[in-house]
Write a protein that binds this ligand. Structure first.
Ligand SMILES: Nc1ncnc2c1ncn2[C@@H]1O[C@H](COP(=O)(O)OP(=O)(O)OP(=O)(O)O)[C@@H](O)[C@H]1O
Length: 475
């Protein structure tokens, strides 16, 4: 469905299936002709002109669909965003390497620029973060000294990652006299004292926050959402299904601010029972009635570049099997997911599986990858240190619980090992999605599950629910 039809579409769940648009994914006979920037009129300010601009973008988008191209015309992010996102930010975006839109960016941005509430439902690693950041940056007025956009995330690690990308895009421009907009990370474990004085002195334009820290500031009236133009909830299903956080999220959406006074954007690679969720969004006034559910790759929730395998082994020789797999697969970088320690095991004073696995690998693994740990029980500085080590480059073997499953972007990850199976198919999707991410999503990546024979039916259930198949590895 071309974007201009979306402008008048009633609220409904939009199921779209778009062919991958990234030039590297276009079939060989086609050539590329980039659109000229004249496709979109220059930046205008009023909201009605946003629709005009959007119409131009929609026409441009539909041109790529209606005319049978003798040459494939590759729409660029600039074509879609021009007229909405300031030039210096478009320039910065291209400098970073974001030139061609991913499927979700191509499908969602024209709708987002109309001001519609949207639910961004697209595969892991498909660029949802840049999608909502470009919307935010199209709305921010750097001259105003108020909080104009809030992004809510489930973990400190994801918050730091989103803040980093936002700051890269929003930084003050050197070549033109344009004020940058400031981005505050308001995350669990931070020194909220410093944030309080910052919020009072010169409120940042964008706040990236975990739920608890944000609600703490709102309840103390140190932060208000009156001037917020857009509220994003990333990994939305995780927050709504988290018994600890769902109450605060609901309060955030309905009492600390109103859906009528802001644009609301939800994002996730998994939205279980999405039709029911869209209905709830409207009934509970989390979003406006005309919210649009933009569902890309609905048919295949799992990235196609992932190969799934399983090895049946006894609990006692799992460590040795993992070691054999590491030696045979020789991953460039891998994440080894381990189940969380049960309360019973903690009470019994046992070491968690993560510690036991790290100790085993440090004594037995003789490869060159750096062995690192990431889990909830670590203090925030140790957690940050692990990710910093990883981002400094070089291959890694990250042993982690599900804290690393949501949103963490380590594109160089080539292998995922489920040392313990996840609890749900949704958790499986997010764990697997740490690999096969743009811009490396055309590389074959492997997800290997170490299971006991009794767990085979659990894995089978995940295969059925997520429509993928798993090949048995005979070691
Ligand atoms: N248009 C683009 N061109 C090239 N790379 C992109 C583009 N948009 C995003 N990326 C890169 O793709 C990777 C994945 O992006 P992002 O983390 O936003 O995915 P996501 O959809 O939020 O994934 P998840 O559901 O796992 O959180 C990042 O490294 C990002 O820099």
């Amino acid at each position: 469905m071309a974007s201009q039809q979306l402008l008048s579409a009633p609220h409904f769940s939009l199921i779209t299936k778009f062919s991958p648009f990234h030039p590297s994914l276009l079939s060989p006979p086609q050539k590329l002709t980039l659109f000229h920037s004249t496709t979109c009129p220059p930046l205008q300010s009023s909201s009605t002109s946003r629709i005009t601009n959007l119409q131009a973008v929609a026409d441009a988008c539909s041109e790529t669909e209606s005319n049978v191209p003798t040459e494939t015309t590759a729409l660029t992010l600039r074509n879609i965003c021009q007229g909405f996102v300031p030039e210096h930010i478009l320039h910065r975006m291209e400098e970073i390497g974001f030139v061609f839109p991913t499927d979700i960016q191509r499908e969602a941005l024209p709708t987002l620029f109309t001001g519609r509430d949207c639910i961004l439902h697209a595969q892991t690693g498909s660029g949802k973060t840049l999608t909502y950041l470009l919307l935010i940056l199209s709305l921010i007025n750097p001259q105003r000294s108020s909080v104009q956009a809030v992004v809510v995330v489930p973990t400190r690690e994801l918050g730091m990652q989103v803040t980093k990308v936002a700051r890269m895009l929003a930084a003050k421009s050197t070549d033109v006299e344009v004020k940058g907009c400031t981005v505050m990370a308001l995350l669990d474990g931070g020194m909220l004292r410093r944030h309080k004085s910052w919020l009072k002195a010169e409120p940042p334009a964008i706040v990236v926050a975990t739920v608890a820290s944000l609600c703490h500031m709102l309840e103390k009236h140190i932060l208000r959402l009156d001037s917020v133009k857009v509220l994003v909830v990333d990994e939305v299903d995780f927050l709504f299904y988290s018994s600890k956080q769902v109450g605060s999220v609901r309060k955030l959406l309905t009492s600390f601010s109103s859906c009528d006074k802001r644009q609301t954007v939800f994002a996730s690679a998994s939205i279980p029972q999405h039709k029911h969720f869209v209905h709830d969004c409207i009934q509970q006034k989390w979003t406006k009635r005309d919210v649009v559910h933009i569902h890309v790759s609905a048919i295949k929730p799992m990235p196609l570049c992932l190969l799934h395998k399983f090895v049946v082994c006894g609990k006692k020789n799992k460590h040795q099997i993992l070691l054999a797999l590491l030696e045979s697969d020789a991953p460039e970088s891998a994440i080894i997911f381990v189940g969380e320690q049960s309360e019973k095991s903690k009470k019994a004073g046992n070491d968690p599986s993560t510690t036991l696995l790290i100790e085993f690998l440090k004594t037995s693994y003789d490869g060159s990858l750096e062995i690192l740990l990431l889990e909830e029980d670590m203090n925030f500085n140790s957690r940050a240190a692990s990710l910093t080590e990883i981002r400094q480059g070089g291959g890694f073997l990250l042993v982690s619980t599900d804290i690393a499953a949501r949103g963490i972007d380590l594109p160089e990850t080539t292998h995922i090992f489920n040392f313990d199976l996840p609890q749900t198919a949704t958790d499986y999707l997010h764990r697997a999605g740490r690999a096969g991410r743009k811009p490396f999503s055309d590389r074959k990546c492997i997800v290997t599950n170490l299971i006991t024979s009794e767990e085979r039916f659990v894995l089978q259930r995940f295969e059925n629910e997520l429509m993928f198949s798993c090949e048995e590895l005979m070691l």
